[in-house]
Write a protein that binds this ligand. Sequence first.
Ligand code: SF4
Length: 475
Amino acid sequence: MQITNLNKGAINSIRPVFDGDKPKIYIETYGCQMNVNDSEVVAAIMQKAGYSVTKDIGDANLILINTCSVRDNAEQRVWGRLEYFRQEKKKRANVTVGVIGCMAERLKDKLLENNIVDIVIGPDAYRELPKLVEKTESGQKGINILLSRDETYADISPVRLDKTGVTAFISIMRGCNNVCAFCVVPYTRGSERSRNPETIIRELKELSENGYKEVTLLGQNVDSYSWNGVTFADLLAMVAESTPAMRVRFSTSHPKDMTDKVLETMAKYGNICNYIHLPVQSGSSAILQSMNRKYNREEYLQRIETIRKIIPDCAISTDIITGFCKETQEDHEDTLSLMREVGYDFAYMFKYSERPGTKAARHFKDDVPEDVKIKRLTEIIDLQSELSLASHRKDLNSIVEVLVEDTSKRSENDLCGRTPQNKMVVFPKGNHKIGDLVKVKITDCSQATLKGIAQTMFNNEEHRDTTLPDVSVNA
Ligand code: SF4
């Protein structure tokens, strides 16, 4: 499970899909990429039920908050937002507030106790949302947190909410059968089920026809994808062949399940990006065992070696949790040494926070003092900063292919986008636009960003650099 974005707060709000006299829905999304994609599914369900989508909360009849339970502070943010929604309800009559996603599943009735929330709906019950909204019209509360063994929303075309129309997510599976000791996901998202590959390819082709240039296949553990003998490697090949012009990414991989066949498929198809997010969580075999990760340090490093052998230019990122129960200084040093050995290009790093109901909460004591957790996390972040900078320095003076995703936040004269290795590149706009694939020469870097100049700029007289190969730029 990739626990990205958890500190970012609202990572996506729905933009208006169409206006008019229809009732309006506003959604705020917290948590991982799966939640972002789920919000798009919910938007599609509610559009079909007659709603239009708005990004203006003050305009909304139905306010939904899609929640994350992976860490305590993600839940605290949601409680804070609910207080804000209370004000919206006071200002206007007929505003309905719903909590959807993992927190709805975990906290159920508690969410309904505060006179703010009218609807609580878990990740497998989104089809019921129109009915529950109807129920609230007669003053009742609506709740459905049933988990399903087969719901994949395979027949629903998500309403794409990203503002640029360049990159999109496709969920290929839901739920998780692993029981990592720290993780609440198996309890909030249920058991694992894969989606029919035909529906995945249909969605992919729709995206391609609508001008999207990159897709990320999502699952809590994509390597355990399985549909009537179709493995994740098979699915990757089908996706890569179906839309050869589309960049393909995936997330999240599990070190115990990632096969050589997946790596060979990545190496075979040029449109599958050479980037793998492979969560390690800890560099200590003892801690990995108590986390129930089902691999040890040596096996993880073996996977890394195989990745490097089959895909030499593959970028690798990871998740790290520091301060898990009983973690000693030696365990912590094992994590630091593993980070150095792998040389991660990027990492998502957190201190352990106990989640009620998990295996760790039931069986272990959260016994690493808070100040020690903070100190260890600081050391891990500092080391990763060095590693990220070293990774970026290796790209200096090279030419990389960038898919332009947006205008730079710092300057409207600059564009930004990612390399296949998932590195963010910023460069002067020139004649390029969002959605272009641009060859960029890297001239500078920080630990977070590569900076460069588009090759077309070099073709202008004032920037001419005859050492650069002639590479065409696609619109
Ligand atoms: S249980 Fe483990 S594999 Fe499953 S979502 Fe949680 S961290 Fe990922």
